[in-house]
Design a protein around this ligand. Sequence first.
Ligand code: ADP
Ligand code: MG
Length: 339
Amino acid sequence: MGKIKVLDEHVANQIAAGEVIERPSSVVKELVENSLDAGSTRINVAIEEGGLQLIRVTDNGSGIETEDCEVAFFRHATSKIGSGKDLFQIRTLGFRGEALPSIAAVAKVECVTSPERTGLGRKLVIEGGSVKAFEETAASRGTDMTVKELFYNTPARLKYMKTIQTELGHISDYLYRSAMAHPQVAFTLRHNGSVLLQTLGNGDLLQVIAAVYGTAVAKTMLPIQAENADYTLQGYISRPDMTRSNRQAITMILNGRTIRNYSVSNAILGAYHTLLPINRYPVVCLHIGMDPALVDVNVHPAKLEVRFSMEQELTRFVEEQVRSVLRGQVLIPEAARPT
Ligand code: ADP
Ligand code: MG
């Protein structure tokens, strides 16, 4: 008898959960991405105790067909890609089919969903990876996912959770960026009942910036809009006198996906160059569009880091365009100008 065994599904899911579900904000991210992929125009997120007690994401998207409800929680089950070829043309936020089984492996999940407007749908209850109930229930069109007691069966992971305030900070940071990435979707975020974010979903990015950073900041933002043969840029950048103490307020969205990319954010900072006081950073929300075939999102389980070809061309374009918007402003105070 050989020593090598193929792991059972539950163990495999727990291993995947270790990668994909690092903390409460990972659950929020995965659920909200599913809601976005389902074409929702309204997404409500309710959190209790920094998400450790409860995370609930309610959407008005496509819902899940009755026969797909249980399958959705299987590993590598996805409606978003059908073959390896599709991996090179990804237009949805999800595609790995790992989120739901991973979440269900480390929490108590209740999914109420309906693809129709009949007022009827299904409720599926899964705890620690096993189905506890599956029944007909009253439901409006869309999906309502409740995740309770995250990491209840993985005490080692639970021990690593930081304070409620820290976990909530990660969640709100993610939701602010999502709202900026999708101004056509109405988002709300509530923590222990109080509203932390509310956007209208009317497509106006500046309105979302106002909801996130306040109207005073939104009023001073400069619009940026440019395109060449390869890229489109669209968004808002702050005047150099409206700064922050860290890079957190730089949001970059590539084809609708918020990304972290050091070269692109450095290009933005490079454009501000000496206009910013030392250790101060601008508020930026930049939508970048490019051919999805040139972007590889399958680099990182949480898909935060992406790779794309022609990175240098893109950074050069971003830097030039940001600089040219800043140049259009009267930046040098009267007194300091050469006469
Ligand atoms: P992925 O998003 O990578 O496909 P998930 O595990 O996140 O994998 O979800 C599995 C499947 O469940 C999705 O492909 C989708 O068909 C369905 N699904 C999950 N959440 C929703 C939702 N909010 N609305 C509609 N369908 C959903
Ligand atoms: Mg998903």
